[in-house]
Design a protein around this ligand. Structure first.
Ligand code: NAD
Ligand code: LMR
Length: 328
C-alpha cells in the first residue's frame, strides 16, 4: 500500500501533479494539503475512477498531521513562483519559511517518508529540509530529494533533433549540479545512446537548458512559472521513487541529494567541493541506493560549466543551512 501526499496541492503545479498521482495505479491513498482550496480540488479529483482513495486537508483541525500520518512519499510544490525579472533566489524570503515549516511537519508526522522538494530555490530549500530533519533527529539523506527532473526533461526535449529519438525521453541526457541558471549543467558528452551536438549549436543549447525556466516565466508574463511540465516531471520522479521502493531494479534519475549521506556520494562531494548536488542516482526500496559519479572524463567545456555551477551552489546551500541554524 502506498500513501502519497502533496503539500501545496491547490497550486499551479499541485493540481495537475495531484491529477497524475490520482490516476496512477501505483498509489493506493492520496492526501492533498494546502492553505486554500483543497476541499474543491479533492472533491473534483475524487470523481475519477482510479485506485487511489483521496482526502483533502486545510491547516485547521490538525490538517497537516492528518494529511501526513502514514505517508510513504511526500511531494512539496508549496510556495510562490517567479514573475518576470525575478531570480529563483528572490523566492527565498517567502519559500524558505514555508518549506521549513512543512519539513517540521514531516519530521513529526511522517519521518520515514520519501520527501521530494519542488519549491524554489531548490538549491536552498533542500538544505533547509535537511537541517530541519537533522535538528529533529530524523534525517535520512537517502530519503530526501530535490526535484531537478524538469531540467532533464527539457534537455531530452531540446536535443531531440540531434538524438533522433521519436520519443525524446528515450535519450538519457544527464543534467547535474543544481536547479537555477548556471548551476544547471547538462553533460552532452555523456548522453546515451550517444549523439553529437554540432559545435555551433552547443553553447545555445546549454543556455537553453540552464534558462528554460525563464522562457516559461516570460511567456506567462506575470502569471507564474512552469506548472504543467513541472507536474509531468514531478510525477515522473515520484513514480520512479515508488517503482524502486516496490523492488524494481535499474531505476536511475538525477536528483539533488546530500552527498555525504548517500552511498557513492563522498567521491562526488570531494570532486566538487559541495555537499548538496544533483547527480544520477540509482533508486531502491530505501531511497538512494547509489549516487552515480558522472564527472570522470567530462570535456573541458563541461569542466568550465561545473566550476561556475559549484561557485553558485556554495552560496545557495550555505544560505539554506544558515536559515535554519541561525534563523533571521
Ligand atoms: P502556485 O502559487 O500556483 O502554487 C503554490 C501553492 O502553494 C498555492 O496553492 C499556495 O496556497 C500553496 N501554499 C503556500 N504556502 C503554503 C503552506 N504553508 N502550506 C501548504 N501550501 C502552501 O505556485 P506553483 O506555480 O505551483 O509553484 C510552486 C513552487 O514550485 C514555486 O516555488 C516554484 O518556483 C517551484 N517550481 C519548481 C520547479 C522545479 O523544477 N523544482 C519547477 C517549477 C516551479
Ligand atoms: C523552472 O525551472 O521552470 C522552475 O524552477 C520555475 C522557474 O522559476 O523557472
Amino acid at each position: 500500500m502506498v500513501k502519497a501526499v502533496v503539500l501545496g496541492a491547490s497550486g499551479g503545479i499541485g493540481q495537475p501533479l495531484s491529477l497524475l498521482l490520482k490516476a496512477s495505479p501505483l498509489i493506493d491513498e492520496l492526501a492533498l494539503y494546502d492553505v486554500v482550496n483543497t476541499p474543491g480540488v479533492t472533491a473534483d479529483l475524487s470523481h475519477i475512477s482510479s485506485v487511489a482513495k483521496i482526502s483533502g486537508y486545510l491547516p485547521k483541525e490538525d490538517g497537516l498531521k492528518n494529511a501526513l500520518t502514514g505517508a510513504d512519499i511526500v511531494v512539496i510544490p508549496a510556495g510562490i513562483p517567479r514573475k518576470p525579472g525575478m531570480t529563483r533566489d528572490d523566492l527565498f524570503k517567502i519559500n524558505a519559511g514555508i518549506v521549513r515549516d512543512l519539513a517540521k511537519g514531516i519530521a513529526e508526522f511522517s519521518p520515514k517518508a520519501f520527501t521530494l522538494v519542488i519549491s524554489n530555490p531548490v538549491n536552498s530549500t533542500v538544505p533547509i529540509a535537511a537541517e530541519v530533519f537533522k535538528a529533529a533527529g530524523v534525517f535520512d539523506p537517502k530519503r530526501l530529494f530535490g526535484v531537478t527532473t524538469l531540467d532533464v526533461v527539457r534537455a531530452e526535449t531540446f536535443t531531440q533533433e540531434y538524438s533522433g529519438q521519436k520519443d525524446p525521453s528515450k535519450a538519457t541526457v544527464p543534467v547535474i549540479g543544481g536547479h537555477s541558471g548556471e548551476t544547471i549543467v547538462p553533460l552532452f558528452s555523456k548522453v546515451s545512446p550517444s549523439f553529437d551536438i554540432p559545435a555551433d549549436k552547443y553553447e545555445a543549447l546549454v543556455k537553453r537548458v540552464q534558462f528554460g525556466g525563464d522562457e516559461v516565466v516570460a511567456a506567462k508574463d506575470g502569471a507564474g512559472s512552469a506548472t504543467l511540465s513541472m507536474a509531468y516531471a514531478g510525477f515522473r520522479f515520484s513514480e520512479a521513487v515508488i517503482r524502486a521502493s516496490k523492488g524494481e531494479k535499474g531505476v536511475v534519475e538525477p536528483t539533488f541529494v546530500y552527498l555525504p549521506g548517500v552511498p557513492g556520494g563522498d567521491a562526488i562531494a570531494q570532486a566538487t567541493g559541495v555537499d548538496f548536488f544533483s547527480t544520477p542516482v540509482e533508486l531502491g526500496p530505501s531511497g538512494v541506493e547509489k549516487a552515480i559519479n558522472v564527472l570522470d572524463g567530462v570535456t573541458e567545456r563541461e569542466q568550465k560549466l561545473l566550476a561556475a555551477c559549484v561557485e553558485g551552489l556554495k552560496g545557495n546551500i550555505e544560505k539554506g543551512v544558515e536559515f535554519v541554524k541561525n534563523p533571521p
